[in-house]
Design a protein around this ligand. Structure first.
Ligand SMILES: C[S@@+](CC[C@H](N)C(=O)[O-])C[C@H]1O[C@@H](n2cnc3c(N)ncnc32)[C@H](O)[C@@H]1O
Length: 224
């Protein structure tokens, strides 16, 4: 079972997302335990103890170290991996999502404002980035990572939703194009082969299209 604790100043929206859709169902199936942890619970409920002005001056606020140290002390077990969300961290990709899906317990630290006090970094087993841009907080980073990881846990998705056909899986190609009815829409037709009932031909067509899309959009994925 994958257990996740997301330490945040915004437990409401984070908790609501963790209860929704596939993440919620993964918990109902007993395959995960996903929880938002209120940073204020480690500030004695006093918001003023969560952040402070930067030493040396300057605009903005910095999240204080004490609440994070207290929260991590409380949450950390033998198999816990603490992840600090930070634009300088390892960028999330499919391989990392798979690594996270195999973990037992993940604790995410979500920064806000100017970020966390530098000493909070010492709590982290890894730092995680979503890419070269700056968000206002680490909450979306943690949720994106958790969603990408949880859908890879066997049993979370139904057969019909299987992640095995998704982009980056198996041979590491992009996914093929998908169509549904109507067969004709605004002059655009569903490729004939998909309506032919010939399962082998459909399979071949899907693999060819996946290869073609990968070659065109992400040739780097075909290297090696
Ligand atoms: C406004 S950002 C602080 C940015 C920081 N001053 C900097 O320039 O690197 C507040 C928090 O959002 C999170 N964050 C923002 N962008 C991120 C990204 N691309 N990847 C991971 N975390 C991010 C981090 O937790 C960060 O501490």
């Amino acid at each position: 079972m994958l257990e996740v604790d997301i330490i945040t100043l915004f437990p409401g929206p984070v908790g609501a997302y963790l209860e929704s859709s596939i993440l919620g169902r993964s918990q109902a199936k007993g395959l995960t335990r996903l929880q938002a942890v209120d940073l204020l619970d480690y500030c004695g409920g006093n918001h003023h103890l969560a952040d402070d002005k930067p030493c040396g001056g300057g605009a903005g606020m910095v999240l204080k170290p004490e609440p994070f140290f207290a929260a991590v002390k409380d949450l950390r077990g033998d198999e816990t991996k603490v992840i600090l969300t930070d634009p300088g961290g390892r960028v999330l990709d499919h391989a990392l999502a798979r690594e996270l899906s195999l973990a037992e317990h993940l604790v995410f630290i979500c920064g806000r404002y100017k970020g966390v006090d530098e000493r909070v970094r010492t709590l982290a087993d890894m730092e995680l980035s979503l890419g070269d841009f700056v968000l206002s907080g680490g909450e979306l980073v943690a949720l994106v990572a958790v969603e990408a990881a949880v859908r890879l846990i066997p049993g979370v998705l139904s057969d019909a939703e299987s992640a095995l056909e998704d982009s980056f899986e198996g041979e590491g190609l992009l996914d093929c194009p998908w169509y549904t009815r109507p067969a004709e829409f605004l002059g655009m037709s569903v490729p004939e082969v998909l309506l032919s009932g010939d399962h082998e031909a459909v399979k071949r067509w899907r693999r060819e299209r996946a290869l073609e899309r990968t070659r065109r959009l992400r040739p780097d994925l075909l290297e090696g």
